[in-house]
Design a protein around this ligand. Structure first.
Ligand code: AMP
Ligand code: GLY
Length: 424
């Protein structure tokens, strides 16, 4: 098979690593990919939002499958263009992608289809948003409506901070993503990420993980796209997985199909495990980053048949995926200043040495000089991932590798997995 993988982050590096290991794959082309992915196939310098360009590339390489990594490619209609061109695609059409690209759409969708979630109000202007705060109590949760790379949510401890967050969001900080805000009830509980694949009609659960969203140790600092993950997460008992599948994932797939946009791809259900059962925090219409990294380390089965089954509508015939009976962890190394204003250009040494069989370093935002020197080129720069018999073992291996990477211009959290390990 020939596969075109769209994206350039750590998530796509992990997908490429797993796809390239499949005996089914003859040719893997990545657009645009990143320097860490170059050893796994061919890189082509296209924008992930350039739907016509990507389709032309897929045709040029006789792609049997397009795999969409990031949400901005979903929003740009890459899957819609693939469908028009008759090319099988893993990744939903843009209309289904609204489950991520508009929080206002998603909240209304949960009402239409009876999905449990936080009580909310959607507002288009600052005055009504501030007035709507009367209906909530602190901490206030303020969300920009559209895509903001995981940074559009503010948890405000008091009214003044909530009003400032409203002004900030509606004042253009997130561009058109902030033209509306959603205010919602603060949910108490433990957060988790469950993944489900769907082929338009049938669906299966495809792993779970837990993310650390805050920038600094002890869950302090601003929200980020994710500073580290681990899998399995103890919060996901069999009972919780079953509840999330039947109350959130399956109703979402049925609902979006009933609304005319059958879902083909992976749905990332971010939920709060509350005393009243799981409640939706948000949907994402792609694998999580860095959740995908730990899932790929734990997935024993070949990934490619599942991607193909989603695109072809044959998931019902696919065997249950096999996961290694091991834990995996991912520690994100980010550039100083991330998430507000990452400082790029700093030199990273030692990231590409052999760290042993259970450690993999995925590239997220790094570039390479002509002489091979690696430099930070984004906010989240490297993902140091490890596998072990226990989470503690995986974590020890990951942090041992982190210690061998020489990057004075970056930082990382030292407490990834604390919840599962019962200590900070
Ligand atoms: P989101 O971008 O919607 O995933 O939100 C980012 C983070 O904010 C989540 O991972 C949660 O930790 C937190 N969060 C979002 N919504 C709520 C809520 N209603 N109650 C409590 N925490 C929330
Ligand atoms: N790590 C969270 C996300 O990918 O949105």
């Amino acid at each position: 098979m020939n596969i075109l993988l769209v994206g350039s982050g750590g998530r796509e590096h992990a997908l490429a690593w797993k796809i390239a290991a499949s005996p089914l794959v003859k040719r893997l082309v990545m657009a645009p990919g990143n320097t860490g992915m170059a050893a796994l196939g061919e890189l082509r310098p296209l924008k992930v939002t350039d739907a016509p360009g990507l389709i032309a590339l897929a045709q040029e390489i006789s792609a049997d499958l397009i795999v969409i990594g990031p949400e901005i490619a979903v929003e740009a209609g890459v899957a819609d263009a693939a469908a028009k061109a008759g090319i099988p695609c893993f990744g939903p059409v843009a209309a289904a992608g609204r489950l991520e690209s508009s929080k206002a759409f998603t909240k209304a969708f949960t009402d239409r289809h009876g999905l449990p979630t936080a009580r909310y109000r959607t507002c288009d202007d600052a005055a009504s948003a501030k007035a709507a705060l009367d209906g909530f109590s602190p901490p206030y949760v303020i969300k920009a409506d559209g895509l903001a790379a995981g940074k559009g949510v503010v948890i405000a401890q008091d009214r003044a901070a909530a009003e400032a967050a409203i002004d900030d969001a509606l004042g253009g900080r997130f561009g058109t993503a902030g033209a509306r805000v959603v205010i919602e009830e603060f949910l108490e509980g433990e957060i988790g990420s469950l993944f489900a694949l769907c082929d338009g009609k049938d669906s299966i659960v495809f792993g779970s993980a837990q993310d650390h969203k805050r920038a600094y140790d002890g869950e302090l600092g601003p929200n980020t796209g994710g500073m580290g993950t681990y899998s399995p997460a103890p919060v996901f008992t069999d009972e919780l997985v079953e509840q999330v599948r039947t109350r959130l994932a399956e109703p979402a797939f049925a609902g979006i199909a009933a609304e005319g946009a059958p879902y083909k791809g992976v749905l990332f259900v971010e939920l709060m495990a509350t005393a009243d059962g799981p409640k939706l925090v948000e949907f994402n219409v792609r694998f999580g980053d860095p959740e995908c990294q730990v899932l790929m380390l734990r997935l024993e089965s070949d990934l490619v048949p599942y991607l193909v089954a989603c695109a072809h509508g044959t998931l019902a015939q696919a065997p249950a995926p096999v996961w290694r009976d091991e834990a995996a962890i991912c520690v994100v190394l980010a550039a100083d200043g991330y998430p507000e204003s990452p400082v790029t250009g700093s030199i990273i040494r030692g990231a590409e040495q052999d760290f042993g069989p259970d450690v993999v370093v995925f590239h997220a935002g790094a570039s390479r000089d002509e002489d091979g020197t690696l430099r930070a080129s984004g906010g989240r720069v490297l993902n140091v991932c490890a596998r072990g018999a226990t989470l503690q073992e995986a974590r020890d291996k990951a942090y041992a590798a982190v210690a061998r990477i020489d990057w004075p211009g970056g930082f990382h959290r030292t407490d990834i997995g604390w919840r599962a390990l019962g200590a900070r």
